[in-house]
Write a protein of this length. Structure first.
Length: 222
């Protein structure tokens, strides 16, 4: 009997250890998916603190999805994972998911272009957004008399520009016009002003506000 009791104790201890080990591997927290509250075109995935999920450690998680709308669903996919609620269904569903290194995506299957998100796991990280190119500076002027200039006016590509305008006449203004853009100083203004603008590919004109014959043109390439 003593031998049987010892074996039972050993088996119980092993079961407890294995259970504890399994819990340690699986207990990475709860993720909360939410979609379509009030039939709105909204979808989100948050961690247990309420923060939007952008990166997670690899491991096993509990995913709780609150599906509020019969117009939408919540579909999560990625390496080793493919779970989804029904589009016509409404209510809460719970899934156990195991995430590995990689990128995961969630979306509404009926509206995948507008209701979507993604996050990375483990060694895979989302690259930072590209640093925007600095604005190109152009020097523009009008006056005295019939003088107008814009430098440089060649070799320019579409993008953001800072245009420093020197208006040296109190009887005319400096005008810049082109695709989707018209900017000018007033006829009575004299002094300097800086415009920050985005120039698209196409032809632009610059020069006199009042006299179309006193205007020049330049081209922005794509």
């Amino acid at each position: 009997m003593r031998g049987v009791a010892v074996k039972l104790l050993v088996v119980s201890a092993l079961v407890a250890l294995l259970s504890a080990a399994g819990s340690a591997r699986a207990d990475n927290g709860t993720l909360v998916g939410d979609v379509g509250l009030g039939d709105a075109f909204t979808i989100s995935l948050k961690d247990s603190t309420g923060a939007a999920v952008t990166h997670l450690n690899a491991g096993t998680y509990t995913l709780v999805v609150h599906d509020h709308s019969a117009l939408h669903n919540f579909d999560l996919s990625g390496p080793g994972v493919s779970v989804a609620t029904d589009i016509a269904g409404v209510g809460d569903q719970t899934f156990t998911i195991t995430l590995v290194d990689g990128t995961y995506f969630f979306q509404c299957d009926d509206h995948p272009t507008t209701m979507k998100g993604k996050f990375t796991v483990g060694a895979v990280t989302t690259p930072p957004p590209p640093t925007p190119a600095p604005a190109t500076t152009l020097a523009a002027s009008i006056g005295p008399g019939a003088k107008v200039s814009l430098k440089p006016s060649t070799g320019l590509s579409a993008g953001k520009f800072r245009i420093k305008v020197s208006d040296r006449t109190a009887s005319d203004g400096f005008r810049l016009g082109g695709p989707g853009l018209t900017r000018s100083t007033t006829a009575k203004f004299t002094g300097s002003v800086t415009w920050t603008v985005t120039l698209k590919a196409g032809k632009y004109t610059f020069g006199s506000l009042r006299n179309p014959k006193l205007r020049r043109s330049f081209t922005i390439s794509s």
